[in-house]
Design a protein around this ligand. Structure first.
Ligand code: ZN
Length: 121
């Protein structure tokens, strides 16, 4: 008798199934219960799902984030003042975009001669 996923009833072998709360579920449903979508943070959900599918993390960037990444890629490294001037951003806007980029390990900051420089991770 085949094992069925407790959530979606898909046929699964014992080897491919995952135990979740004493029930056997398929891989898709297991991933679902591990990372339930949060309506309040669609960006995080989007990037988490993209990560699970193993896609290039750069493809999840917003146009503004891509602009920042491309600028820093071109320069090698850049201080915040230069990035703000060239991309026409306020410091607050830049920091808001930098946080997820740092989190995704796309960009990082480093201190050189007492100055903070931003560069690719
Ligand atoms: Zn399932």
């Amino acid at each position: 008798m085949p094992d069925l996923c407790a959530k979606c009833n898909k046929e699964i072998g014992k080897q491919q199934g995952y135990e979740y709360q004493d029930k056997l579920v398929c891989e898709d449903c297991y991933m679902d219960v591990l990372s339930p979508p949060k309506a309040c943070d669609p960006w995080a959900v989007h990037s988490a799902q993209t990560f699970l599918k193993g896609k290039d993390k750069l493809s999840t960037l917003t146009p503004l984030q891509s602009k920042i990444v491309n600028y820093i890629k071109e320069k090698g490294e850049a201080p915040i003042e230069e990035i703000m001037t060239n991309l026409n951003l306020t410091e607050e806007e830049f920091r808001r975009e930098f946080a997820p980029l740092r989190h995704m390990e796309v960009l990082r900051a480093t201190k050189k001669d007492g100055k903070i420089l931003y560069l690719l991770f």
